[in-house]
Design a protein around this ligand. Structure first.
Ligand SMILES: C[S@@+](CC[C@H](N)C(=O)[O-])C[C@H]1O[C@@H](n2cnc3c(N)ncnc32)[C@H](O)[C@@H]1O
Length: 253
């Protein structure tokens, strides 16, 4: 009989591969900590919601693709939408449900909802995580009714974006390490073309955290033990789309 050796672990040791969705399970406790690992998603959710007007009819539906734990929900309060969130990660959806989101556990590239059901489709910080982002865009556009609104934000496929969003941000407490795979970043011209192909005239603009707010937040975050408190940094427009950008477009009808 061979000598008994150590039992191999059921799960490989070490960090998960870049963009592995299991990271969201490991980070489940971070979603709703305003100054936690997903702090910047809170800032971006506020800026994304500002692109969404109040609902123009009763029973208006907003479909939030890659909704995570539903961080968009508080910023939509009072706008009159039923908020349906679609995501791959069950642990995030459990939290989204407690924030009033009707959840659908599905892939954004194959959404089990009807054509034209949505007045608004939001895709916040999703496309740069989806290997076939074109299919997710096709689904977003399919879900929109004629005249419906698409709002999104994502990371551009540029050397500067890879440097800022991975090389720098992943060393700061603003972005979890390994959460992005820079090979999946989304060229804004390709995104415009794909949306146009699916009947949505998208316009994009660069955005970034307000510098003074970000520096103050980082300084407080680095010295505080209980989180920085104070006003969170605002996301503001900037002249370049080279790193982070927002898109807004209406479905032709
Ligand atoms: C960076 S988080 C953004 C979450 C949310 N939109 C926000 O801004 O707070 C990316 C989310 O996309 C989800 N996701 C990644 N790939 C997906 C896919 N193919 N279909 C659906 N959800 C996906 C992840 O589970 C995660 O919740």
């Amino acid at each position: 009989m061979p000598p008994a050796g150590p039992t191999p672990p059921a799960v490989p040791a070490g960090p998960l591969p870049r963009n592995d969705p299991r990271q969201y399970d490991e980070l489940a406790g971070e979603w709703w900590r305003p100054d936690g690992a997903f702090a910047m998603l809170h800032w971006l959710a506020r800026a994304r919601a500002a692109l969404v007007p109040p609902a123009s009819r009763p029973d208006a539906l907003l479909v939030d693709l890659g909704c995570g734990a539903g961080l968009l929900a508080p910023h939509l309060a009072g706008k009159g939408y039923r908020h349906v969130g679609v995501d791959l990660t069950g642990s995030a959806l459990e939290q989204a449900r407690t924030h009033g989101v009707t959840v659908v556990n599905a892939d954004a590239t194959a959404v089990p909802l009807a054509d034209g059901c949505a007045d608004v489709v939001a895709a916040g910080e999703l496309l740069e995580h989806v290997p076939d982002w074109r299919r997710a865009v096709g689904e977003a556009c399919r879900l929109l009714r004629p005249g419906g609104l698409l709002v999104l934000d994502t990371l551009n496929d540029t050397a500067l974006s890879r440097l800022v969003a991975v090389g720098v941000a992943e060393r700061l407490p603003t972005v979890p390490r390994g959460i992005h795979d820079p090979r999946l970043f989304v060229d804004h011209r390709a995104l415009l073309a794909e949306c146009a192909r699916h009947g949505v005239d998208l316009r994009v603009r660069g955005v970034r955290p307000e510098v003074s707010g970000l520096i103050g937040w980082l300084a407080r975050r680095l010295v505080a033990t209980e989180g920085p408190g104070g006003r969170p940094p605002r996301i503001v427009p900037t002249w370049s789309t080279a790193v982070l950008y927002q898109g807004r477009g209406v479905r032709r009808g």
